[in-house]
Structures are given as structure tokens and as C-alpha cells.
Design a protein around this ligand. Sequence first.
Ligand code: NAD
Length: 438
Amino acid sequence: MYNICVAGTGYVGLVTGACLADFGNNVVCVDIDESKIERLKQSEVPFYEPGLQEIVKRNVERRRLSFSTDVGKGIEESTVIFVAVGTPMSPEGEADLSYVEMVARSVGEHLNGYKVVVLKSTVPAGTSDLVEKIIGETSTTGHDFDVVSNPEFLREGSAVEDFMQPDRIVLGASSERALKVMREIYRPLILQDIPVVETDVKTSEMIKYASNAFLATKISFINEIANICERIGADVSVVARAMGLDQRIGPRFLRAGAGYGGSCFPKDTRALVKTAESLGYDLKIVKAAIQVNDQQRLHMIELIEKALESVAGKTIAVLGLAFKPDTDDLREAPSLDIASGLLARGAKLKVYDPVAMEQARAMLEDVTFCGDVFDAVRDTDGAVFVTEWNEFRDLDLDKVKDLMKSPTIIDCRNIYEPARMKELGFRYFSVGRPSTEE
Ligand code: NAD
């Protein structure tokens, strides 16, 4: 059992802190965002993540989990400091390491004994050297410390489950002393035979970027195949299913649609390209994946234009705003680009998302926010599904049709079956599959 400080209580930090407390450690989660910490002190999770509320509440009640804005005190009272602050994209496309550097300085200033500093944030290869340098330069006490890389692979929407049942644990370290601590912290998972990859720090940092870039490439690949399918009248969902049955390929991340978004793939792919550039290497495949993803959003707008024979003056429902289901995260969500593209072309928008409405209000202007799907589709010329929420899968589509002015659906996530939609009387357009007009 360790005293652990988790710096940054966002999606990764809060899940990490709560789960490590559940393993029996004493965890203090610290953040510079006072309102976030205030809400957490009331056991209120400041974002939507299934299962997280319960685990936070349970561990607060057992006095193993606490929250504070006092980063220095959190560091002083802990042996292990997990760094889970944001590493957003800088205007140049690189990873902005200023928050990581801020925590490193705090660790240096409060180094009152041996500490293991664990980089959970996604950071370019070489960042641990930088963190080590900053701590060394800031500290006046001369105590020992080690910097470990332990990238996180959880997905928003299933974050707790992913943390508790990961495909693998990656530990990058140059010190046996620090590795021993990390193995003890992850013992509850290691005992369940979760594979552990122990390696050097730079390799560990690369594993995270390589994994995200590969998954993003898989999505862009199937979207390009979808674009060919559209032109020749083939069905990409069947192509993808058959491809995925090949065990060398696998079925996941092969769904054609509006492309990837969120707080990871867009920034991590760009950061990897920038890292390669700084090393004099042209990372062609990942660059192409990014280009295809940007293009796919424009393609969705063209698909909507085609379906509605111009969107100017039309009223359109945009259904699903979060970048994927089961989260309220709107960072880099395709819905934002699709909405602004449609507004720029003169459309009027009525928008709805099952959980991301509060976030959407802060990010979308000149649209009408609706309370449910039926409210959103009422008197519209078309409805666009952008996020594949389960709530949309078993909708009363007869009711949707009756409420719409003109029953045209553009399904950017291939939620529905074209034959059924035709039977129900919709004009139906989806990605990489023949429309009901063809
Ligand atoms: P987030 O934006 O949700 O949370 C980051 C938190 O860090 C914020 O609450 C912010 O106030 C806090 N913070 C900033 N500076 C701080 C400081 N000096 N001290 C204490 N707190 C500070 O970010 P996130 O989505 O949880 O991502 C965190 C990191 O994990 C990023 O590097 C990201 O790439 C990586 N990651 C994210 C996911 C994901 O699905 N979100 C998955 C794997 C890895």
C-alpha cells in the first residue's frame, strides 16, 4: 500500500486515482481547477463516465481517496506521484508540455524524500528526460527520485473497466527500485495475468503514440475504402466485416463513419508527425491518416448537401454531439465541424445529445438546443446522426418520420440498415453503402 498523489483529475487522473484507491492505496487527487476539486469534495464527478461515480464515492467513504488543490502538500505526503495532466496540441501541432513541466517543478520544490514520478499523460519520447532535468534543477534537497513512463490506454466511456482490465500494462523505467514500486502498485492486475511490458522509458513513451497512430490509421483506412464503395455501389460494412474475420486484421476500429475525434487521436497523431519531423523523418502513413480524417468531415457535409439537394435555408436535426458514445467529451468531435459547415452553408440546426448538452452549450452558437430526439427532429428537412449512441439504435422511427417535415436521414455512423429504412419510408443516406435512392 502506498501514499499516492495523482496530479490532474481529468478523465485519466480521476479514473487512475479512484482505481488505485480501490486497490487499497491512500490516494490524494490534486488539481489546479478549484471548481473541479470543490465538486469532487462533494463526491460529484465533474464529467460523465459510466461507473466512476460509484467507485469515487466508495473510496471517499473508506477514507482512501481525497481531493485537494494543494499540489505541494499532495506531493510531500506521497511516495508515488502520477502525472495525469493534459498535454493538448500546441498551435504548431506539437504536444504542449507546459502542464507536465508545471508538475515537475512542483515535485522538485516539494521533494522531501525518495519519490517515483510516473508519467501517465501521453508525452513524446524524451519527455521523461526533461521531467528529470526540471526536478533535478528545482530541488534543493538532493533527495533521490525516479521518473517512470506508464502510458494509459483507457477509453472514455469504458474508462473504469479499461483501467481494471487493461490489455496490457506498460512500464518504462531505468531503475529497478522504481520498477519494484510499480509492480507492487499494479499487483492486483498482475495477479490476474494481465500482461506487463517492462522496457526503457523512451520505448514506453513510443508505444502509446504508435498504438494511437495505428488505430487512427485503421479508421482512416476503412473510411477511404468506404469512399470507393460509395462510388462503385458496394457495401463497406460487409467489406469491413469480412476483413475483420481475418485474424491478422481483426474487426475493431474498422467502422466507416465520420472519422475519429476526441482528446487523443487528433492530437497524438499530429504530435507524432511533429516528433518525426524534428528528427528529419517524414511519417507518411500517419500524415495520410490525418488528411483522410479531415477530409472525411467535409465528405459528411457533402453527403448531407447531396441528400437534401442544398442545405441553405433547410432546418436540420444534428443528433449526437459527443465525439463518441458514453462520454460527454466534445473535444475535436466531428459534430462540431459538421455543425459549423452546415451553418456556414445557411442551414438552421436543432441539436441533441443524450449527455453532452451542457458542454455543447459552451461550444456551439446559433443552434437550437433540444430536450430529446423527437423535439430535435420536429419540422425538420433532414436528420443527421453523428454519434452512435445506443439510445438511437432502438428509436421509435415511425414517430421520427411523422414528426419530420421531410423524412430524410443522413446516418454518419451506419447505425441503421438501409433496407429497413427504405421499408419505413425514409430517404436514407449512410457511409460507404448504397443509399435508398440507388
Ligand atoms: P483532462 O483535460 O480531462 O484533465 C487534465 C487535468 O489536469 C485538468 O483537470 C487540469 O485542470 C489539470 N491540471 C493542469 N495542470 C495541472 C497542474 N499543474 N497540477 C494539477 N493539475 C493540473 O485530460 P485527460 O483527458 O484526462 O488527459 C490527460 C492525459 O492523459 C493527456 O496527456 C492525454 O493525452 C492522456 N490520455 C487521455 C485519455 C483519454 O481518453 N482522455 C486516454 C489515454 C491517455
